[in-house]
Design a protein around this ligand. Sequence first.
Ligand code: DON
Length: 316
Amino acid sequence: TAHGPQPEPDPPVDFDFQSILGQIEEDIRPQIGRGQIAAYIPALACVEPGFGMAVADLDGKVYGVGDWQRPFSTQSITKVFALALALAQGGDDLWKRVGREPSGNPFNSLVQLEYENGIPRNPFINAGALVVTDRLQTLTGDASSELLEFVRQESGNPDVAFDPEVATSESDNGDRNAALAYFMASYGNIANSIPALLDHYFWQCSIEMNCADLALATRFLARHGLRADGTRLLPRRLAKQINAVMMTCGTYDAAGEFAYRVGLPGKSGVGGGIVAVVPGVCTVCVWSPGLDAQGNSVAGIAALDRFTTLTGLSVF
Ligand code: DON
């Protein structure tokens, strides 16, 4: 093939995910409702508290507990899908415009951009995600629709949709993202019109999915680049590399703590969702909207912490 010989698929692994999830739900109950619901996007502020968790195995069988079928705002989790599509369609040239080191700064920080010449540290902070969406916009002409179509296909759920209220709310309160985009444009690191780019970014972040949808849609990262229909999205090398960037940068200035507690590639969003990947075994998605100071779900991290301790499914 174009990507050289590919090893055989991984054999199925036999875990009783349903009873493990039941155990986790019990263990983390005291954490539900802790943390702050994101209020800087007003449309997110009115979300009811709750907790849901789902595991998808390599064959696409889904196990879930709690609010695992309740849709929530995916927000920064979509940065994983944007990165995968931009690399799949445009290749490694992307890395000339965005780095892959943890930033040690909040997800919406501007501070490193000036002394690092408009090159964001990684594709998962907002600045880096804007560059990725800009690249995807150049490659496809309609970045947000391309993303929506991708997650619909991978989740098998044609009802996955944008939330116009969230997209508008973000746009109305988007000064910081606009500042990031204009600043990077001054270094020649944005190719498209900034208002159009911001629009695609806000609509991308507004996609609503539930834990089952997200666990299924992330499965290509557990399957070394294979899509739900068995076709190849990414060569194994790229799937491995995206997982690595999720491990080191997926939870912003809490990536060290996330590795310490969970020990898996993971990506969070301010809607309270976190996806995690066990390459060759399964994907996990957890949702609970109370966030810690770094913007990561408090109960979500506690649940993933329990998941990797109970199953031993961690890099460590
Ligand atoms: O651009 C923003 O600020 C939001 N649309 C996404 C931020 C986000 O989800 C960061 N995650 N923890």
